[in-house]
Design a protein around this ligand. Structure first.
Ligand SMILES: Cc1cc2nc3c(=O)[nH]c(=O)nc-3n(C[C@H](O)[C@H](O)[C@H](O)COP(=O)(O)OP(=O)(O)OC[C@H]3O[C@@H](n4cnc5c(N)ncnc54)[C@H](O)[C@@H]3O)c2cc1C
Ligand code: FES
Ligand code: FES
Length: 478
């Protein structure tokens, strides 16, 4: 185990050691690290919570085929050890050696995409990642990529035009010319795990599952992270000192995916942006929900396991996993076990996971032909917002149109994701018609006592919950 991290910045390998007298902490964010370097202050802090995109940088990561995958990420939510073994690219790196602007920068100039300029480095980096995607993005894909970048003064039209002009599908630039050398540098960084200790903190990033399970068993009070998009806010907003972190983002087994005729099994460490590609065709209800999950910079880092691990009452995936009848696979040194998503959450941000267990994967059974599944997220705005109420419903109808099975899972209605058990029991065995649904709507009120908060009143939540059921019925009936 090494007590230092290494990554590539400005085209060179950089090593940072951590010891008792380190100036940097393991939970120093990449944003704060960069802002401390005189030549990397283009990156900006707007919100320090993943909402504005001013801090967007690009992280280059080796693919299995030894090419580099470039992802736009929010540097305000990234702990420094999370870029170990990766390439960090900032806006200062985009200018060519002869001083010429990168095509995305030139397009922003040509189309007047900047006024005060505060958001511009972040927007340029988002466009750079899109450019490096190497395919010509559609208007929707451009809008999707930019949903995580706020601009208060220019207005988006010139920025969208710049994106269309610059991202023409080539993806070639000075980074392509230098890629083989960077791949060599990344490969030269030790693949071993790291263990960083300072006066106040310990940060373990094991490289194998075995090492990780030993650590999790030995230190049951340590905080497990993967993407840290949830956990990082404890540092950036609440200024907590997290004493011991076990970062499981390097474990290959957590990123495996397997598929057969019965189920799709997705590793807990698979990022949300990858999950979207995996489920788009066969699990449209889950895909639909993920299209309104945060923004791309977050989805490029946040994991499926992390979303389940939060057990947040307004987390987007748990209601959907319940509707699909998914199972959560847990692993410890004692063995492996499977728990139905519906019984995994025990209360407010508490789960059935034992302290020595890792969330390993999620098994999604393929829905039968009689199942109709829909998902809904009610929030104040479409993108980058937290649900006021969310719902995921599944109804199985027999050949006479009678409900043979039904799951009505809600987020935002209780202290944890919860099913409307009374409404489900009422509907089972009844005809799937408006009369039955109106009867069930009354019972939803009996199952939930939601709270009023900044996102919506209790009354609003109750009405939304009832109406979502009616909407589901109208969408699943001929
Ligand atoms: C700006 C912003 C917008 C967001 N928008 C949304 C949204 O629209 N919808 C939504 O649902 N969430 C949203 N989130 C919350 C968060 O991004 C997600 O919950 C995300 O999926 C967490 O994944 P992660 O890998 O980053 O988890 P982490 O932060 O690393 O971990 C989260 C929790 O899970 C546990 N954990 C992680 N991996 C494992 C594992 N393998 N085994 C055991 N425990 C584990 C951790 O201990 C921790 O308790 C948002 C967050 C931000 C900052
Ligand atoms: S500073 Fe706003 S997203 Fe990072
Ligand atoms: S140019 Fe001012 S915020 Fe975008």
């Amino acid at each position: 185990m090494s007590n230092s991290i290494a990554f590539v910045l400005d085209g060179n390998a950089v090593e940072i050691g951590f010891d008792r007298s380190s100036r940097l902490a393991p939970t120093t964010t990449v944003l704060n690290y960069l802002r401390g370097l005189p030549q990397h202050r283009g990156v900006k802090e707007g919100c320090a919570e993943g909402d504005c995109g001013a801090c967007t940088v690009v992280v280059g990561e080796l693919r299995a085929d030894k090419s580099i995958n470039y992802r736009a990420v929010d540097s305000c939510l990234l702990f420094l050890p999370m870029i170990h073994g990766k390439q960090l690219i900032t806006v200062e790196n985009l200018k060519g050696s002869s001083g010429n602007l990168h095509p995305v920068q030139q397009a922003m100039v040509d189309f007047h995409g900047s006024q005060c300029g505060f958001c511009t480095p972040g927007i340029v980096m988002t466009l750079f990642a899109l450019y490096k995607g190497g395919t010509k993005p559609s208007q929707d894909e451009i809008a999707e990529a930019l949903a995580g970048n706020l601009c208060r003064c220019t207005g988006y039209e010139p920025i969208l035009k710049a994106a269309v002009a610059a991202c023409n599908g080539g993806g070639r630039d000075q980074f392509s010319v230098d890629e083989a050398r960077i791949v060599g540098l990344l490969k030269s960084i030790s693949p071993d795990g790291i263990s960083l200790s300072t006066d106040l903190q310990r940060y373990d990033q094991p490289a194998t599952l075995d090492e990780c399970l030993v650590l999790v068993e030995k230190f049951p009070d340590a905080l497990i992270i993967n993407g840290a998009t949830d956990v990082a806010l404890r540092v950036t907003k609440k200024f907590e000192i997290l004493r011991h972190i076990i970062d499981c983002s390097r474990i290959a087994e957590l990123r495996t995916v397997s598929s057969d005729s019965h189920a799709l099994t997705i590793g807990a460490g698979v990022r949300i942006s990858e999950v979207m590609k995996l489920v788009k065709n066969d699990f449209p209800g889950l895909y639909q929900m993920l299209t309104v999950f945060a923004a791309q910079q977050i989805r490029n880092v946040a994991t499926l396991g992390g979303n389940i691990g939060t057990a947040s009452p307004i987390g987007d995936t748990l209601p959907v996993l319940m509707a699909y009848g998914a199972e959560i696979i847990l692993q410890s040194r004692r063995g492996m076990r499977r728990v139905k998503a519906a019984s995994f959450v025990k209360g407010y941000r508490t789960t059935d996971r034992q302290p020595d267990e890792l969330i390993m994967a999620v098994a999604l059974p393929r829905p039968s032909a009689v199942s109709r599944i829909r998902t809904y997220k009610v929030s104040k705005r479409r993108d980058l917002d937290i649900a006021t109420v969310s719902a995921a419903f599944r109804v199985d109808l027999d050949e006479k149109g009678i409900v043979s099975d039904i799951t009505l899972a809600y987020g935002g209605m209780a202290e944890c994701t919860k099913r409307s058990i009374s409404a489900e029991a009422f509907l089972k065995g009844k005809a799937w018609n408006r009369q039955s649904v109106e009867g069930a709507q009354l019972l939803i009120d009996m199952d939930f006592s939601p709270i009023s908060d900044v996102r919506g009143s209790a009354e609003f939540r109750k009405i939304a919950a009832r109406n979502l059921l009616l909407k589901f019925w109208s969408e699943t009936t001929e």
